[in-house]
Write a protein that binds this ligand. Structure first.
Ligand code: IMP
Length: 206
């Protein structure tokens, strides 16, 4: 689908400031990014989808209907652990309980994996791009790795302290943010999103 995307002001449908920071670093100076942290009267959006893609689209469309003149992007992401049949998956943010802290989610995951020799996992991210309440496109990214036996490192958020990306010895929380961004699920998806915008801009100029 083609769209006239105009100026690159983007509204990111999240209140997760860690996500916003990563998006801002990944998008770079050609984009002005705003998130929902200063919007206090928004309805709660129920993530009722069965996949990252469905939930990203639900979030982006719901926010786009409230801000129809904005280009809205929403990221739905999470960790899939092979020996847990893909859990926590779309429930990553609320694995231990509703509104769980990162620490509680990490504790629960390590508990579930106690003594497990098979610790492979992957982070997945799907970004939905929406304008005027209509889906323009979705873009996915993923990174494979393994789960440590205990948390290590202070950077990042979520499950970063227990995830070692393939080809590294350090967890995402031990790696500098630039390194994480260069290889992460979100980094890959945002790079693809930027390519999408650049192509759309070029064809709009023709
Ligand atoms: P969402 O806001 O519903 O997409 O939930 C995403 C959840 O997945 C986060 O709260 C984290 O627990 C986890 N997650 C997603 N991306 C990352 C990441 O880059 N590092 C660590 N945890 C992540």
């Amino acid at each position: 689908m083609t769209a006239n995307l105009g100026a690159m002001d983007l509204l990111l449908a999240t209140r997760n400031q860690h996500k916003t920071r990563e998006f801002a670093q990944l998008l770079g100076p050609n984009f002005t990014l705003r998130d929902l942290t200063s919007e206090h009267d928004l309805p709660e959006i129920q993530e009722t989808g069965r996949t990252f893609e469905e939930n990203a689209v639900i979030k982006a469309i719901a926010i786009s209907k409230i801000f129809p003149d904005q280009i809205v992007i929403a990221d739905d992401s999470g960790l899939e652990v092979k020996s847990l049949g893909g859990a926590p998956g779309i429930f990553s943010a609320r694995y231990a309980e509703e509104n769980a802290s990162d620490r509680r989610n990490v504790e629960k995951l390590l508990c579930e994996l106690q003594g497990a020799p098979e610790r492979s996992a992957r982070f997945r991210c799907v970004i939905a791009l929406v304008k005027n309440g209509e889906l323009i496109t979705t873009i996915a990214g993923e990174i494979a790795g393994k789960i440590t036996k205990s948390p290590r490192g202070e950077n990042g958020f979520g499950y970063d302290p227990i995830f070692i990306p393939e080809g590294f010895e350090e967890t995402f929380a031990e790696l500098p943010s630039d390194t994480k961004n260069a290889i992460s699920h979100r980094g890959k998806a945002v790079a693809e999103l930027v390519r999408y915008f650049n192509t759309a801009r070029r064809s709009a100029r023709k």
